[in-house]
Structures are given as C-alpha cells and as structure tokens.
Design a protein. Sequence first.
Length: 703
Amino acid sequence: MDANTTYIQGALFTTCDLDDPHFGIKTGHMKVVNKKLAVSGPAHLEFEGVPIPVYLPFGFYPLNKGQHSGLLPPQFANNEQYGLGLEGLGYYKVLSPYWDVKVYGNIYSYGGWSLNLNPTYRRRYHYSGAFNVSLQTTSLNFKGDPDYLKNKSFFVTWNHSVDSKARPGTTFSANVNAGSTKYNQLIPNNTRANFNNQLGSSIAYSKSWAGKPYNLTLAANHNQNNSTRLVNISLPDASFTVNTIYPFEKKQSVGTPKWYEKLGVGYYGNFRNQVSFYDTAVKFKDLIDTLQWGAMHNFPISISLPALFNGALIVAPSVSYSQVWIAQKFHRKWNPTSKKVDTTITKGLFIDQQASFSIAFNTAVYGTKYFKHLGRVIAIRHVMRPTLSMNYRPDLSKQHYYSEQVDTTGYKFRFTEFEGALYSGFGEGRTGGISFQLDNNLEMKWRSKKDTGDQAIKKIKLIDGYGFNTGYNFLRDSLKLDMINFYLRTTLFDKINITGSAILDPYLVNERGQDIDKFAWQSGKFNLGRIRSGSLSISTSFRSKAKDPKKEEEQKKRAEQRLNDPNLIADQNRLMEFMQNNPSDFVDFNIPWQLSFSYSLYFSQRLKADYSGFEKDLSSNLNFNGSFNLTPKWNFSANGYYDFDTKKLQTFTMSINREMHCWQLSINVTPIGLYRFFNFSISPKSAILQDLKINRTRYFTSY
C-alpha cells in the first residue's frame, strides 16, 4: 500500500462539512486513492444517523477536480401529451483539454424521442464555441385520437467567439439558430422556446487594417418566422466601409486650418444575395426563382466648421449621395377580365439614386431658478437643446413610380417598381424644408440633512429628457407638415423608470380615413390633432439590504470570475436559459426580500375595414416578480404576467425553497396558463452527488 492509498472500515462518504454530517453513504469498507477516486462495497444512505432502506451494491466516487467523462443519468417525466418519459439520458466525454462532447436524448411512451449532439471547444486567449445538433420526432397522444400528431424536425445552433487579442484587426464570430420551423413549438416543457416565433443567425468575418480608414465585413445571415414558416438566407452579405477622410488636410498643420481642410468624405457599400422559401416544400428550382441580389452605395460628405458665438452655436453642413442596384422590378396592371391586379416581374439591372443636402444648427439654452424659501430646494435648472435642420432632396426616383387601378370602383393606388425588391429604392417627390427637434431636461439642486458644507449640496434629475420633433416640407403639394413626435423619459427617486411617446397627426381626415390638406385647428373647434399611437412603460424594483454584506460581495466576485472564465463562455447561453427556466435553483437567502414590476401600455387608432372611421386598439400588461424569506431557511417566490385586455393572469409561477445546509429542496407550481406543471425536487448541493436526488415533475397542456 502506497502513501496515496487509504483503506477505511465503517466509512461514511458525505459532502456535508459539519463535524456531525447531516447525511452520508454508509459502507463497511472503502478504498480511497488520494485526489482520484473512492471505491466501496455494498452501501446504504443515512440521514441524521438514521439508516434509509436504499441500498447500493457498490460505490464509485470520483474525487479528481476539473472535467471528467461519465454517464448522464436521466430524469423521469410525466406529460399528458408526450406520455411517460426519461429525459437527459446520455454520456459526457472529455476528448482533450480543448474539446468535450455531450450526447443525450429523451424518450417518451407515446413514441416521441429526441437526440442531441453537443460538442464544445475552447482555447484560452484564442477562441471558444459550442455546437448543438438536435433531431426530434414528436408523437403527441395516441394514434387515432383527433389531436394526434407525428412530426420530425431538427435544429442546429453554433456559437463561436474569438478573443480580440488573438488576431488584432481580424474578428470571426458565429451565432447560428436554425432548423425546422415546427421544432420550437414541439419542445416539451420549455415555454420560452414554444412562444419564440422569430429566429436569426449570423456568421461574420471582419477585417480592419491598422493605420487605414477602411474595413471589410463578409457575412452569412439567416432569419425565419416559425409562424408563417418563411425562411430567408443571405449569402454573401458583404460590406465595405471607408471612414471619414480629409483629402485636403495638410500633413503638417501650420496656423489656423482653412475651411476646406475640414472637408470629410466617407463611403459605405453593401452587396447582398438572398433566397427565400417556405420549409413545407423546398426545391432547387424554387430557390433559384426566389433569388434576389442587390447593392447599395452611400457617399457622405461633411465639413467641420468652428463653433460660432464663443462656442454657443454649432453649424454642421453635409451632402450625401446614394445609389441602389436592384435585380428585378415589379409592374402591376389592372385586369378588367379577371377584375384583379396582375403583377409582372422583369429581371435585369436597375438603378435608383438619391442626393440630399442639409445644414444643421445646434445650441443649448440654460435657465436656472433659485429659491430662498422652499425648504431644502436650492434651485431648479432647465436645459433646452434645440436643433434646426434645413434640407433639400431632389426627385431622382420619379420614373419608378406610377398609379394603377386596384378595384372595380376605379380607385387608383400609387405603386413603386421596386416594391418587394431586396432594396426598395428611394422615396418619390422633392423634399425641401426644415426639421426641428427640441430636447429638454430638468435638474434640481438641494441640500441634504445628512452632510455638511459642499458635500450637503446634491443634484438630482427630475426629468431626464422630454421634447418633440417634426418637419415641414415646402416643396410638397399638400400635407407639408410632418407628424409630430413627443417623448418623455425619466427616473424617479433612482427607482422608477418611466418612458412615454406619442405621435400626433395635425390634419383632418376625409370619409375614407385619409388625411386632407387642412389642419385640425382649422375645423372651428379646439382641436390640436389626432393621436395616432402612443406608448407608456413603467418599471421599478426594490430589494432589502443583504443580511451579510461580505457574503454578497463574495458572491459577486465568484459570479464575475465565472463570467470571465474562458472555459465557461461557450456554456453561458445554455446556463442563462437554465437559470430563466429554473429560477428556484438560484435563490439568494442572503436577500430577505425583493420585488420588481414592469407595466406597459400601447394604444393606436386603426382605420376600420369599411372606412367608416377609426377604432382604438389598446393593450396593456403587467409583469411582476417577487421573492421573500418566510423564515431564515424558507423562501417563497413568484412571477407572473397579467393581461389587462383579457383581464386574466396569463402566466403565473410560484416556488417554495428550503435551505438545508448541504441539501436543497424546491417546489415549483405553474397552476395557470397554456403550459402548467408541478415539480418537486430535493438534492445535495454538491456537484459530486448532484444526481442523488428525488425529482418529480408533472406537466399539463391545454390549447
């Protein structure tokens, strides 16, 4: 027997650090190889010294730190649509210090199954990433049932990131989320994925040259709508940018620079090739028919002028020229025989262009009101930041617009030849006018009771920002005044965040609901206009002080270390998803209570289908999340979503957690909503014995 090997009689294997452990695995004989493993014969569980009739024929306990290969034990599941099942059964293999792979799957009694291949890789200070390929066969209910469904689907994810220091000037990244449009809808027990209808992917390579003003980006992009089952793929998507350069600037400046030395020129170009298809039936010929390509070029020209009136007024003139290259155009023609609009597609190379000229004036106006007899309030300061822009844009796209009959009444609609193209072209008509924006904020200076001297004077923001913006086009035939946009944002008491916005239409409307060239205040009644839409958002959160501030700081440091650990970067997305789906596993008993609320309201006016007027759409909802300790060892938490339109609680989940030193207990219940479930789990905290647990879950689904 060497010095690293120990034989123990009457051994108790435990992860509890107390002198009298709460639990352990009791065995008659055990062999321990220091920092490697422990092997035992027949063993049984003990809790508080009381034997539990759960026996093991032998025991094998890894003691080495770091990654090591092994089986992934399954969890038992009971789902009324999928049947009884085992979830998470698989194997984890460490291939090298840089590679590991996990293969696992689920199987259900109604015939459904899934298989996942999940390799991850990492190299410190160079790169890290993770793949996941999932195959899923879904079988809902029994064959012959009216709601029986059998579906095969797949899904692929890939995340890759490169350390910025590995190859300065060059970056490569990937964030791929693609697969069958039905895959997310049929994942069992994952509400977040079930309701996620939009998916997107991007693989990008970027190159910048040291000391040079230009950079190149080559990308492949993908997006899909799981509801409509439409998939768009862009390959390649290339961009080339030249940052602003000053061609007339002298290499060695002497004296005051001339105005033309501050003349700057830039360039941005983009080329894109895209195919679109529905994943219900994909054929190569169909892909070729949907193929579109196009390019866009933009040349901004600016000049940096010195500020006027001792820096009070900033003048910024600019010129811009843009072009788009489009591979096809659409022409619509009324067919009197079929009484519908026919569309003809012509392919080729078509060019649309636009030029614009503008000059902007910016300043800031300050006003302060001092108070002598207003308690601790010293002064209130109002800051106004007006911006006035004068712009002109000639009509270079007139030839691409036309009017065509669209119904049997002879009503004509204005179309563009590039509607539905990859690049939609530019707007019709000349623009010559002004745009105006006024941004404001309010601050207050007050005297604190807690401090003395200069430290007693505090500043707080009453309103972070509020104002409006609009424009006026002198060259437009009618409706020269643009919509007026109002906004507000503030934070009250450093706790309550408020944002709001509204769009005001200053014109009257005709019997079809279209704006006419007459202002609302010209109607003979007090009327400033019609609010087309608006939104309001209020959010806040409160939490008590930590019982042990030192413990809280230690937890923050450990969390930062985990986030910066290159070995864990590839797993962070999966970790965040697990935390969101299992909040009870991350309860902080050091915080006695915490609450957060989020309220959103949106309203708009929508034209009725029969053009008889407008109807209001109003939607509002409340999200809430709370947690508090019933006792020092018991915690209750809940979160939910209330829809004021339906006057129903759409989702609600509550959890009860028990802190048991070396064990943890959680009960999670979602009693309402589309996906309802009940879960009971008790397990050791230690990762070594993480699979020594009791986990019971029951799911209920209603459509």
